[in-house]
Each structure stands twice: as C-alpha cells, then as structure tokens.
Design a protein around this ligand. Structure first.
Ligand code: ATP
Ligand code: MG
Length: 487
C-alpha cells in the first residue's frame, strides 16, 4: 500500500508537464535545431522522454491493477514498464552533447533508474504473493484447468525463448525476396516500443502449446479429424509435399451444436501439430488494456507469419465476426475489416502457411465475408450411437461398474439427442448415485466398499440430465450444414 502511494505521488508529480521537453518541440522548427543545438543531441532527450512516458503509462496501469487486486495484470504492466526502461537505459548518449541537453538527459536517466528500482520491488512483492510460476501460467495458457504448474512454467520458458527471434530480428522465416517489398513489415520496427508490447502480449497470452488433449481423446469426428490432418498436421510436417494443387486451404470453420468437441478438436491440434498455435478469444481481442484491437489483429498475423507454420484459432468466432445486425459498433467493424485484409494477405502469398480455424455453434450469425474465406466448413454433429458407445466405454473405464454390454446398448439407445457434454454430465450424475445412498456413512466407509455403478443409476440420471439441444436448433444447424457445409 505504502509503495503504491509513493508511486502515485511520483506519477502525479510527473504529470505536471516538463516544459523543457514538451511535445510541441517536435515541430519542424525544433528538428532544425533550436539555439544552435544540433538535432542529434535533441533526439536523445526526445527518445528518453518517449520511453519515460510509455513506462509511466504502464506503471500507472500496474498501480491501478494492483489497487483493484488484479495481480496478474499488475505483473504484466510492471514487466512491460521494466522492459521499456531497460531499453531506455541501454540507449547510449551521443559523444557530443550540449550542457543543457546533458542536464535533461541526466534527469531522465535518474528518474528512470529510480523507477526501475521501485518496479523491481513491486515485481518481487507481487511475485511472492502470487507465485511467479502461477501467474505466468495463467497468462501463457488459455486453458489453465488441466496443465500442471511445472509443465506450463517450462512451456513459458520455451515461449520466451521462441519469442526472441521475432522480437529481435523481425520476420524470422526467409521469404521470397521478390515480394519482400509488398510483404508485411517486419514485426519489429526499430524503436517502436508499442509494437513490441503487442508482440509480447501475443506471445504470452495468445500462443498456446496446450498438451492437455490428445488426438485419441476425441471420440468419433473422423471427418473433422481427417480434414485437420490434411490441412494442418501433415502440411506443417511436410511442407515440400503440400505445394501447388496440394496447397492446403487456409480457412476452416468447425461448426455444430454446443458441447460436441469443437474446442476439444482444436486443443488436440494444438498439442499434436508442430505448428505455432495462436488461441484468440473475443476477450483477448477486446481486452480493455489493449484498446486497439485492429492493431493487435495486424500484429497477430505478422507474428503468425514470422513463426509459421501457424494456426490461428478463433473460438466462438461468431462473437467477434458476426453480421452487421447485432449491435455493431465502429470498433468491431474496424476489427473485422482488418481481419479480412490480413487474412487475404496470408492466403495470397503461396509461401505462407498460416491457417485460420474458427469454431462456432451459431454459424448463421457469421459475417458473409468471413464465411466466404473459411472455405472448408466442417460439421461437428451430435454423437451418433457408435460415438456414444465409445464415449460411455471410455468414461466407464475408470469407474467400477456392473453394466453388461446389453445395458450399455440400452443406454446408448436412450441417449439419442444427447451431446458430448450432456453425456459427460450424465455419467457424472450417475457416478454420484452410490455416494448419495451412503448417508452419514460417507465419512467412515472404505473407498473400495462403495457399490459399483449399475444400469439403474443411469436410468435415474436421465430423468435429471436432459439433452440440452432443442429440436428446432438442431434442425437449423442441419439445414445450414446442407446448404453451406463441406461434408
Ligand atoms: P461449444 O460450442 O459450446 O463451445 P464445443 O463443441 O466446443 O462446444 P467442447 O468444449 O469441445 O464443446 O466439449 C465439451 C465437453 O464435452 C468436453 O470437455 C468433453 O468432456 C465432452 N465431449 C464432447 N465431445 C466429445 C468427443 N467427441 N469426445 C470426447 N469428449 C467429448
Ligand atoms: Mg467450444
């Protein structure tokens, strides 16, 4: 608390503008030199002021986040501030420098170094409170539930080391020299700290190497798996084979009723393919800390190109790329058109392997222009009886039960219309039945004395857990599939 106060007082003091390096002095007059001071000397003070202002902004955000109890956000902002200030301190002063200039530079350096100490202190304090591994974990992994802390921490280190070539050297993959002029600019323009921040944010919050779901964990969905294999997994492994006519489609839409494995499939792609996986959610694009979503989209595609082969996965894509009708504001319109421009950029360059995968359960609401670019559209339907049987068998594997094959067939028949997640809920409910019968004995009974599951438990649970998809919704999706789907 005390340190936050002292920070705040510094911030307030700094907001009284420093007249010696005011923004108006960037006018052409000053670029020609004021009072005979050569331009090069002026620049170091401007540069430091630039770093100084950026760092100030980040620190202010960090302090605010800390006040709100958002420790992860605070850590992120303090780290950004630290990086900016490190760049400032590593900027050398020119050998010739006028004495008034020298004074300004000295004063900035002093203030920056003072802040550096305080920021390190805050980082240390916050690190202790949240456990640094944990907070990195949250920022790195979009699916925090299943991965263990240590494995994600090591993954974070990997992310950091992978990131370095992007941040330092711009586009890392060699590109066709003839279209170098037309190709997107390198990720890092020298001195553009703001872009660095976006790149950092993309690398920490959006890049995902989630190992949690394996290919075989996803039951059924063979059509979808085959398409992903041909579009993403194999081309990433054998780029030489997938050229010319075999060049994979760049846009894929997974659509279908909720809870049938769309997100799961994408997670499996992330863990099984060698492509860099960018997991973009509506919240990461519209985060209040970022503000300029379309700039983020632009940078996202640039980073994806530089780290290709890449997959950009947009879950619930309808919420970002919906048609005009639903309360569209200026910001989301700009975001959408930036996405279209960038996507056309990567599809038109035959050397780029950047694939966009969208997932939605409301394909009808997708913007037409976006839909047109997601050329391959794969229906992820409700599980049929074979898939339901497979799901039951895998779920029952880890639970003692006395169900015969005939019982399982009966359950499979009775769960027509259940989605994958409904079935999961049904099994969980059934598994609770023997526990509920125990009453007060639950505290004393030995674990292996709990009775095994039987058919009756499932039958009772079916009264509680009903299929979540209404018939009309299902019919609507089926109709959309026959009109727009690829299979
Ligand atoms: P939504 O449209 O609501 O985002 P979704 O299609 O993305 O739904 P998932 O999140 O992938 O659905 O699946 C929800 C849960 O249902 C999974 O965590 C899993 O437990 C179970 N499930 C669904 N489909 C399958 C499947 N094919 N194989 C194994 N488990 C499945
Ligand atoms: Mg989903």
């Amino acid at each position: 608390r005390g340190i936050i106060d002292s920070f705040s007082s510094i911030l307030n003091e700094e907001s009284k503008k420093d007249p010696s390096v005011s923004s108006s002095s960037t006018s052409s007059e000053s670029m020609n030199g004021i009072d005979g001071v050569p331009v090069t000397n002026e620049r170091i003070a401007y540069k430091l002021k630039g770093y100084f202002d950026l760092a100030k902004e980040e620190i202010a955000k960090g302090v605010r986040a800390e006040e709100w109890g958002l420790h992860d956000d605070a850590l992120l902002h303090y780290r950004n501030a630290q990086r900016i200030m490190n760049e400032a301190t590593s900027t050398p002063s020119p050998s010739y420098i006028s004495s008034s200039e020298k004074e300004k530079v000295r004063s900035y350096r002093e203030k920056i170094s003072n802040w550096q100490n305080q920021v390190s202190e805050r980082l240390q304090a916050l690190g202790k409170r949240t456990g640094v591994g944990m907070s990195e974990n949250k920022r790195t992994v979009a699916y925090p539930s299943s991965a263990s802390v240590s494995s994600t921490a090591s993954r974070y280190r990997k992310t950091l080391s992978q990131k370095t070539p992007v941040a330092r050297g711009g586009v890392a993959t060699p590109r066709n020299p003839k279209d170098a002029a037309a190709s997107p600019k390198p990720v890092k323009e020298s001195g553009n700290v703001y872009d660095d921040k976006l790149v950092e944010m993309i690398n920490t919050t959006i890049v995902d190497r989630s190992p949690s779901v394996k290919w075989d964990d996803v039951a059924g969905l063979n059509g979808a798996k085959q398409a992903l294999l041909e579009m993403v997994i194999l081309p990433a492994k054998r780029r030489d084979l997938f050229t010319g006519l075999r060049r994979p489609a760049r846009g894929l839409l997974l659509f279908g009723p909720p809870g049938n494995g769309k997100t799961m499939l994408a997670k499996a792609v992330a863990s099984e393919s060698q492509a860099t996986f960018f997991n973009v959610s509506a919240s990461s694009l519209t985060s209040k800390w970022v503000g300029e979503a379309e700039k983020l989209v632009k940078t996202l595609f640039q980073v994806a190109i530089s780290r290709q082969p890449s997959v950009i996965f947009m879950d619930e894509i309808d919420s970002i790329m919906s048609t005009r009708s639903t309360s569209e504001n200026e910001a989301s319109r700009r975001l959408k058109s930036e996405f279209l421009i960038q996507f056309d950029g990567v599809t038109s360059n035959p050397d780029d392997l950047v694939i966009v995968i969208g997932a939605t359960n409301k394909p009808q609401e997708l913007d037409d222009a976006v839909l047109r670019r997601l050329v391959k559209r794969i229906y992820v339907p409700l599980p049929d009886s074979n898939v339901r049987k497979l799901l039951f068998k895998t779920k029952l594997k880890c639970q003692p039960h006395s169900l015969s094959d005939g019982d399982i067939d009966k359950i499979v028949k009775e769960t027509e219309g259940y989605s994958g997640s409904d079935l999961q809920a049904l099994c969980e409910e059934a598994a609770m039945m023997p526990i509920r019968e125990l009453g007060a004995n639950i505290l004393t009974i030995q674990a292996n004395k709990v009775r095994s599951l039987r058919y009756d438990d499932f039958r009772k649970s079916m009264a509680v857990i009903r299929p979540s998809l209404s018939k009309s919704k299902w019919e609507e999706l089926e109709r959309w599939n026959s009109e727009f789907g690829s299979n």
